[in-house]
Design a protein around this ligand. Sequence first.
Ligand SMILES: O=P(O)(O)O[C@@H]1C[C@H](O)[C@@H](CO)O1
Ligand SMILES: O=c1cc[nH]c(=O)[nH]1
Length: 336
Amino acid sequence: MELVSCGDEETTITRLNPHVREMTSDILYHLALGSGSHDLHAMFGDVKFVCMGGTPRRMEQFAHFIMKEIGYQLPTGAQLLDISLHSYRYSMFKVGPVLSVSHGMGMPSVGILLHEMIKLMYHARVKNPTFFRLGTCGGIGIDGGNLVITESAVDGLMNPYLEQAILGEIQKRPGLLDPELAAELKALSTPEDPWQIYSGKTMCTTDFYEGQGRLDGAFCDYTEEDKFDFLRKIHAEGIINMEMESLMFAALCHHAGIRGAVICVTLLNRMKGDQVTAEKSQQMEWQEYPQRLVARYIRQQLEAADGVGSGAGGLIRSLSQLHLTRQTSEQFASSE
Ligand SMILES: O=P(O)(O)O[C@@H]1C[C@H](O)[C@@H](CO)O1
Ligand SMILES: O=c1cc[nH]c(=O)[nH]1
């Protein structure tokens, strides 16, 4: 990707806010970090992959999982710490070149996080990061426990763009994701995996209940027939799942020129019901499926960068100058 000159810095982020370039100190309020209070280049300059998902617990688990998968070792006595603990909003864990961050529920929450993660990449001088959303969704004609890779995201009206009111006017940003990345991820799935993998359009809604045509919300002013007419209609348009973040994620990654992918596990088939009835232990196992696929991709990329046959360890060790120790945690706390 072409480097864009930003004052005395270079960034691969397109359309970066010119005001941010001029700010001597930028507070990343919801991450409990700041370009004035922290040496963001020293802390995050080696990041290559940013993985996001709804809950702090899932993203902490992913951090531990990816640590094993890429053979990364914390220094003796160090613990994996929540870098954004003192924001009381999001949780963020760093494992060498991988950041694992929770984004909460819905587009406003993931949108705020994306603004700050994109600025973090700029301040840390990270070039060409890849962003992933590792999520859960409702399948349309796909049973629970399968994977969906989003090709592009649409809103609840099937518009292929994000509409945002900015200064009293609607701005439209396309919900496009990187087709090559989606294909590369899909190719990493094998017939031995416990899931089937699908790719298609994702409907991103602003609500879990009425917004997704459920019959089990507190309110429902439509019939079961209306619901199924709608699900059949959107399925005929190539929509194979529903969730609540993909459109914001796709639109902001595309706007920033960041390679992004959305991989969700289905928790249920909406053609068969509305309630999530799978056992909690089953849901927990399913939640790991997107993580397993993305871990394969990260491993593959690190191994390729490290040279064939030498394994990911060397690169990861050399990339990971920064270890998140108690001392740096106290630094994070001081930015509260
Ligand atoms: O990534 P997660 O599993 O948090 O995303 C989906 C979409 C909504 O945020 C939430 C609804 O249950 O799950
Ligand atoms: O049906 C579902 C399941 C998970 N997440 C959603 O947004 N919808």
